[in-house]
Design a protein around this ligand. Structure first.
Ligand code: VAH
Length: 319
């Protein structure tokens, strides 16, 4: 990768991936784009307002900046997608089709994340295999499976260098997530610091795979820099790091903040989605084909999250 385009740079992954890639490849070599202005991203390097549904505009950016790798991060997430499935399909698949076509036309590599949300209730729940039944029950998951199939097709039919990982729920302390079922695992840290109490929308015994943002960012680069000859899978790779329930993360925070209290107000949509997803993934293929290995666990992540958030909200800190 030499000159990189990030589509949807203003979201939870994109806002941090932009900074991370600019540090590695040079700020002027990473063009951040989003459908709306993003001041902070424009401060650190080239930024353009780009509607990912406008194929001509995307081609123009790729041509003008001589892009050789595209990160397509445009997605309406699982819970928000259920409020308007047609819009979710139009945006998620419309943006992806444009990215695939532009990548094909200009010979760019293309990274498009998939998700544990690509699995459904008929997928094996524990240590979900890389290759197995995928019948998601959300429009988000349908979009992710479609995206994986399209990535595979464009690689086999046109030789486009498509790459992808099935992200767990991503936990970060920079940009708040928006509209995901795993958002609770970010919000709980903020509320532990700011309010000392948290109302959880997901049942306390439901496991979901999660990953800390530093590991997620490193996975993006390591996969995109991997030797293509070693890659067997071009649809998407299971990526595993940690798997926990709300009760487990609550207990981990209480080790550090004994006064922290959590109650439940179950969101029926998030409950149904969370229960349809795997408890844990088998990421053997990612480890064997491009050397994936997580570096953050729940304890180390909790220390870091609480430290950074406490610093961020020093004036508002409850505990
Ligand atoms: C969501 N954060 O909850 C996203 C993610 C694995 C979950 O895809 O929809």
């Amino acid at each position: 990768m030499k000159r990189i385009l990030i589509v949807g740079a203003g979201g939870q992954i994109g806002s941090e991936l932009t900074t991370y890639l600019r540090k590695i490849y040079g700020a002027s070599n990473v063009v951040a784009t989003d459908v709306r202005e993003c001041g902070k991203l424009a401060e650190g390097g080239p930024f353009e307002v780009l509607n990912a549904l406008d194929a001509k505009a995307m081609s123009s950016v790729v041509e003008r900046y001589k892009i050789d790798a595209i990160f397509n991060l445009v997605a309406l997430l699982s819970a928000v997608g259920e409020k308007n499935p047609q819009t979710a399909w139009n945006i998620n698949i419309g943006a992806l089709m444009n990215a695939l076509e532009v990548a094909r036309e200009y010979g760019c590599a293309l990274f498009t994340p998939s998700s544990i949300g690509a699995f459904g209730p008929t997928s094996p729940k524990d240590k979900t295999p890389q290759d197995t039944i995928m019948q998601p029950t959300t429009i988000y998951g349908v979009c992710k499976v479609t995206g994986e199939l399209l990535g595979n097709y464009y690689f086999r039919r046109y030789g486009v260098d498509t790459r992808s990982v099935r992200f767990p729920g991503i936990i970060s302390n920079v940009t708040l997530p928006g509209g995901g079922t795993t958002d609770y695992a970010v919000e709980i840290y903020y509320e532990a610091i700011k309010a000392g109490r948290f109302t959880c929308p997901v049942p306390g015994d439901v496991y979901m795979d999660m990953i800390y943002m530093p590991d997620a960012l490193r996975a993006c680069v390591e996969l995109m820099e991997a030797d293509p000859a070693r890659l067997v899978h071009r649809n998407s790779f299971n990526l595993a790091s940690m798997s926990f329930t709300p009760e487990i993360i609550y207990a981990e925070i209480r080790k550090r903040i004994p006064s922290f209290e959590m109650t439940y107000e179950i969101d029926p949509v998030k409950k149904a989605i969370a229960e349809s997803w795997p408890n844990s993934l088998d990421d053997t293929c990612a480890r064997e084909e491009w050397g994936w290995k997580p570096e953050w666990d729940l304890s180390r992540m909790t220390d870091d999250m609480l430290e950074v958030i406490r610093e961020k909200y020093r004036s508002e800190v409850a505990v």
